[in-house]
Design a protein around this ligand. Structure first.
Ligand code: NAP
Ligand code: F7E
Length: 344
């Protein structure tokens, strides 16, 4: 079996075998440990890199069972302190058993249904994954290991229909999507469990953060991948499909995901549990992002038309680079996010 793995992957991955909870518990005996969920995603994978480089804890990364292997973001990790455990956020038993058996020093919950656009299509699944699971984690920590420090991934989407700019920790919670509502409700659970049971449980307000491990449906990755594809086609005098986007006028406050995982770790290691906004303190539109991304590869365009007919046209060739497709509009939009991270 191990030989087969070597043949297919080209490298030894024994230590990456996915453990059941009992075997994971054996590896944690007598060791300081951290559980990180969502390690196949952007933040979870960066968090594991950060913790392996900056701590001496045993790291247990939680992955859910999928039919097709999706471990690209963690395939570079080759460290005996890193273990994978079979886990699903929608299964309360698996949450309870992991905390009961491993008794981690920290539980960092970065798993979620994280795509706002899909949260209207899967509102119930979004709620179960992002909010009901928080209740199960809090209860399991309270019952089995109340000294465990807990981080829950909060979001600037909780501010939603913003009341003032820029948004700080005092901004009211006014979500505009099922995703934003699930994160807002989760925040209330974290507060109630913290206040009631004296748990070290925090949920930051993280504004958008991006990088090369970002899922390709999020707008930054979608634009940068398309720009590279179009530039390559132009260089090779080949055909290309234009990029299709939704609302170009939404504004976001973007940062680098690698900076924010350090921010999460700092939030978990204060004298007392306090929650912070993490942001770049700048806001930019999707339209600006498109212009800059094309400019970066030497393509200059101009906007023509209005509304659904608007297009970004290559000034050199007259070809359409970007068009609007209404399917990428959302039933309700968060028009402007702009963070104030002074407190952090
Ligand atoms: P991401 O790349 O989409 O990763 C999400 C992770 O959650 C993936 O590993 C995914 O596993 C896992 N997951 C989803 N459903 C699960 C389930 N039922 N059981 C177990 N694992 C499950 O998200 P991200 O950008 O790293 O974001 C990390 C966290 O921060 C999320 O909670 C997100 O909502 C929040 N957040 C993100 C941002 C941002 O700008 N990135 C801003 C604020 C808050 P699969 O790979 O198997 O799908
Ligand atoms: O959209 C607009 C879209 O999907 C950004 C998640 O990490 O950050 C992220 O949520 C903006 C929106 O991220 C397209 O309408 C236009 O206004 O990249 P996004 P998001 O919705 O801001 C928050 C803080 C989180 O917590 C989330 O987990 O871009 N937009 N055209 C488009 N967006 C997408 N995805 N695709 C388009 O074609």
């Amino acid at each position: 079996m191990n030989n087969l793995k070597e043949k297919y992957t080209g490298k030894k991955i024994d230590h990456m075998d996915i453990l059941n909870i009992e075997d994971a518990a054996k590896k944690s005996i007598g060791k300081k440990s951290i559980i990180v969920t969502g390690v196949t995603g952007q933040d979870g994978s960066h968090m594991v890199d950060y913790l392996l480089a900056n701590t001496d804890y045993e790291i247990f990364g939680c992955v859910r069972r999928l039919s097709v292997y999706n471990h690209k973001n963690i395939s570079h990790i080759n460290n005996k302190r890193f273990h994978l455990i079979n886990f699903d956020l929608t299964d309360s038993h698996s949450i309870a058993r992991i905390i009961e058996k491993i008794k981690p020093d920290y539980f960092i919950n970065l798993a979620a249904q994280s795509f706002v656009g899909s949260s209207w299509d899967f509102a119930h699944q979004t709620w179960e994954t992002n909010c009901t699971s928080t209740l199960h984690i809090l209860e399991a920590i309270r019952l089995y290991h109340p000294t465990c420090r807990f981080y829950q991934a909060g979001s600037s989407e909780e501010f939603g229909d913003v009341a003032y700019n820029p948004q700080d920790e005092l901004h009211p919670l006014r979500p505009r999507s099922p995703y934003g509502a699930s994160k807002t409700a989760s925040r209330q659970l974290v507060k109630v469990w913290r206040d009631s049971y004296n748990l070290y449980a925090v949920q930051g307000w993280l504004f958008n953060h991006e990088g090369t491990r970002r899922g390709e449906e999020f707008v930054t990755r979608k634009i940068t991948k398309a720009v590279a594809r179009i530039k390559n086609a132009i260089n090779n005098e080949g055909p290309y499909n234009m990029l299709e986007l939704g609302n170009l006028d939404a504004k976001r406050d973007w940062s680098d995901a690698e900076d924010f995982v350090e921010g999460i770790w700092l939030m978990l290691n204060q004298e007392s549990p306090k929650e912070y906004v993490l942001s770049s303190n700048e806001t930019h539109s999707i339209r600006e992002f498109v212009e800059l991304a094309f400019k970066e590869v030497g393509i200059y365009g101009s906007w023509e038309g209005v509304g659904i007919d608007e297009k970004y046209v290559d000034e050199n060739s007259g070809r359409v680079l970007v068009a609007i497709n209404s399917k990428f509009y959302r039933p309700a939009e968060v028009d402007l996010l702009w963070g104030d991270s002074t407190k952090a």
